[in-house]
Design a protein around this ligand. Structure first.
Ligand code: AHG
Ligand code: MN
Ligand code: MN
Length: 349
C-alpha cells in the first residue's frame, strides 16, 4: 500500500520555497493544522456532547454565536498563541483584533485572520461547515503590531486556506504556489496529501447562490441566473443549482467540479454579506491559485482596499468562464453599482 505524505512532511518539504522564512510559516501552518484537528473532534461529536445550539452571545456583526463558533474561535486563538509565530489574530467572532504579546511571540512576524467556523447555522443539522484562514506578513517594524498590519490587501497574503469538516475532513491551502488538499485520516490523526496541485475547471455547470433572495438581487445577477436556466446544448445549459449555505463547502465543491458561487450585494445586505478579510480574500487567493477567478462583480477581490476588519464585500468566485459571464451581465445590467462602495443601493428594489 502506498503511504500518503502527511501535511507535516509536505510543509517541511515545501519550506525550501521560502528560504527567507526560516520555518516560521511552516510552524504557523502546523499550528493551524493542530487546531483544525481539535475542532474536527468536537464537530464530529456534535449531538453527543452538549455543544450544539446557541452560545447566547452576539458577535459584532449582530449574528448570534453558536457554541461551536465560540469553541472554534478559542481553539484557533489558543493554538496560535502557543505556537509563537503569530503577533495578531483577527477573527469573525472577536470584535477587535487580538494582539498576542506573550514572551514566545515577541518576535512573531505573522498576522492570521480567520473565520473559525464558517456555515455555523448548518452545524445543528449535520451539514458541512468549515474554517477559513488568511496569513499576512507583519508590515510594521518595532513596537506592537497594529490594525494597519491587519488591513492589508488580499494580494499581500502569504498563505491562505480552509478546512472543511464534511463527510471527510480536508485542509486545503496555498502559499501562492498552487493549491494542495489534505484529507484527515482519522485512524492515524494526520492530514494526508490527497489532492495535489488542485485546479478548478475553466468552465462548469454548477451555480451556487441563495435564490430565495432573488427579488433583492441586482439586475445583473437576475439576468445571470436566467442565463444559467436557459436551455442551450452547446454550453451545457441549463446548469445545475447547488447551494449548501456554507461558503467553504460550496466553494470546495466548485473547486473540484467547476462552478460559480455568488453572494452579491442585496437590498438587505447593501455591501454584500461575506467578510472581505477572512472570508473573501482567502477564498479568492485559493481559487485564483487553482486557476479560477474571484471578483465583486466588477473588480478583483484581492485588489480591493481594506478599510475595516469586518468589512463586507460581494463575491463572484469560481470557474473563470462562469465568473466572466456573470461579470458581463453585471456590467451590462447593473452598471450603476460599479461605484466601489455600492452606496445608494435602494435602486435595487
Ligand atoms: P458564517 O457562518 O461564518 O457567519 O458564514 C455564513 C455565510 C457563508 O458560509 C454562507 O455562504 C452564507 O453565510 C449563507 O448566507 P445566507 O443564509 O444569507 O445564504
Ligand atoms: Mn463564514
Ligand atoms: Mn463564521
Amino acid at each position: 500500500m502506498k503511504i500518503a505524505k502527511t501535511l507535516g512532511q509536505f510543509i517541511i518539504e515545501k519550506q525550501a520555497d521560502f528560504p527567507y522564512a526560516k520555518g516560521e510559516l511552516s510552524r504557523l501552518l502546523r499550528d493551524i493544522g493542530i487546531a483544525a484537528k481539535i475542532v474536527n473532534r468536537e464537530v464530529n461529536k456534535a449531538g453527543l456532547a452538549d455543544i450544539l445550539g446557541e452560545a447566547g452571545t452576539i458577535n459584532i456583526q449582530g449574528e448570534g454565536q453558536k457554541k461551536l463558533d465560540v469553541y472554534a474561535n478559542e481553539q484557533f486563538i489558543s493554538a496560535l498563541k502557543h505556537g509563537g509565530e503569530c503577533c495578531i489574530v483577527a477573527s469573525e467572532e472577536s470584535d477587535e483584533y487580538i494582539p498576542i504579546d506573550s514572551e514566545i511571540s515577541k518576535d512573531a512576524k505573522y498576522i492570521v485572520a480567520m473565520d473559525p467556523l464558517d456555515g455555523s447555522s448548518n452545524i445543528d443539522v449535520n451539514v458541512a461547515v468549515g474554517t477559513i484562514f488568511s496569513i499576512y506578513h507583519r508590515k510594521s517594524t518595532g513596537g506592537k503590531a497594529t490594525i494597519d498590519d491587519v488591513l492589508q490587501r488580499g494580494t499581500e497574503q502569504v498563505a491562505a486556506g480552509y478546512v472543511i469538516y464534511g463527510s471527510s475532513t480536508m485542509l486545503v491551502y496555498t502559499t501562492g504556489k498552487g493549491v494542495n488538499g489534505f484529507t484527515l485520516d482519522p485512524s492515524i490523526g494526520e492530514f494526508c496529501l490527497s489532492h495535489p496541485d488542485m485546479k478548478i475547471p475553466k468552465d462548469g455547470v454548477i451555480y451556487s447562490i441563495n435564490e430565495g433572495y432573488y427579488a433583492h438581487f441586482p439586475d445583473g445577477v437576475k439576468k445571470y441566473i436566467k442565463y444559467c436556466q436557459v436551455e442551450d446544448a452547446k454550453t451545457n445549459r441549463p446548469y445545475t443549482s447547488r447551494y449548501i449555505g456554507s461558503m467553504v463547502a460550496d466553494v470546495h465543491r466548485n473547486l473540484i467540479k467547476g462552478g460559480v458561487f455568488i453572494y452579491p450585494v442585496t437590498a438587505s445586505a447593501p455591501n454584500g454579506k461575506l467578510r472581505l478579510v477572512y472570508e473573501c480574500n482567502p477564498m479568492a487567493f485559493i481559487v485564483e491559485q487553482a486557476g479560477g477567478k474571484a471578483t465583486n462583480g466588477y473588480d478583483r477581490i484581492l485588489d480591493l482596499e481594506v478599510k475595516e476588519l469586518h468589512q463586507r464585500s460581494a463575491i463572484f468566485i469560481g470557474s473563470e468562464n462562469m465568473v466572466n459571464k456573470a461579470e458581463e451581465m453585471m456590467a451590462c445590467f447593473s452598471p450603476q453599482l460599479t461605484k466601489k462602495n455600492f452606496e445608494g443601493l435602494v435602486e435595487l428594489q
